[in-house]
Write a protein that binds this ligand. Structure first.
Ligand SMILES: [Cu+2]
Length: 279
């Protein structure tokens, strides 16, 4: 799912963000699903699994169905959740993924949309107009995730998302391809503590691994039920903080780094990124 601007004759994408859009969010006026503008999906009257990916530059999507229908989220960025989470909205920041199961078995003849509520836009129309060819039911237990063992943590690394002299920074440093910011030992369990110092939305994405969100705004109880699987992007509203349990498990190289960055394209392209090696 993406949002885009097009040229006036609609023959090409128009990418020309203003300084305001770079900073405050670049929200296209055309919303797109699988490359199509407001497509229609003819659905069978059964449980359907949707794999949602926010592929936008910098738009946070608040997604739900126009008829208020609830669904079950079963997975996030990198893994299943241990059990399905019933919800009627799912918020995805750029780069985040969610797998949801929607039960359409009693919806024959219904028509509704997959809607984005922040910008009041339609992503897709769903017409339940086909008979089910197979009947499934979602299990109540989906997987078993590793137990979070904080006694194994060897260090905590702070990461602040901030603006310095009009430039987006992490730990008050602008991205520099000639600088390695962090050196991470292979196999160590670490906490990466990410703090959004600004009033605006950001998120945080780590290459080379996935992580668990273990605290949000100072408490484990604030971690959302649908962000308890393995993730590689975590959303931070203005002035929020998260603690991530991070472990690098492969691909060491003394000189070639990986990146961590805000996944809002206009922010990462304006220096909100850093580099680390795994050794
Ligand atoms: Cu950002």
């Amino acid at each position: 799912m993406q949002d885009r601007f097009f040229t006036a004759d609609k023959t090409a994408l128009d990418y020309s963000p203003s300084q305001q859009q770079i900073s405050r969010g670049y929200i296209g006026d055309v919303f797109i699903t699988n490359g199509a503008i407001e497509p229609t999906f003819d659905a069978e009257a059964k449980e359907i699994r949707f794999r949602l990916l926010n592929g936008s530059n910098s738009t946070v999507y608040d997604l739900g169905f126009s008829n208020g229908k609830s669904f079950k989220q079963i997975g996030g960025d990198n893994s299943l959740l241990e059990k399905p989470v019933t919800m009627s909205r799912v918020v995805l920041s750029p780069g985040e993924r969610a797998e949801i199961v929607v039960d359409l078995s009693n919806d024959s003849g219904a028509s509704f949309t997959l809607h984005e509520y922040r910008n009041n836009k339609t992503f897709m129309t769903i017409n339940v107009n086909k008979n089910a060819t197979a009947v499934t039911s979602l299990p109540s237990a989906l997987t078993t995730l590793d137990t979070i063992d904080l006694s194994q943590v060897s260090r905590t690394r702070p990461f602040t998302l901030d603006m310095v002299n009009g430039v987006f920074t992490i730990n008050r440093k602008a991205m520099d391809m000639n600088r390695i910011d962090e050196v991470v030992p292979l196999g160590d369990t670490e906490i990466w503590e990410v703090t959004n110092m600004m009033g605006m939305d950001h998120n945080f994405h780590i290459h080379a691994t996935h992580f668990r969100v273990i605290e949000r705004n100072g408490s484990a109880t604030n971690v959302l039920e649908n962000e308890k699987g393995y993730k590689d992007v975590v959303y931070l509203k203005g002035n929020e903080s998260v603690k991530l349990l991070v472990k690098m498990t492969d691909y060491t190289d003394e000189s070639v780094p990986y990146m961590y960055h805000c996944h809002f394209l206009e922010h990462e392209n304006n220096a909100m990124m850093g580099q680390f090696t795994v050794v």
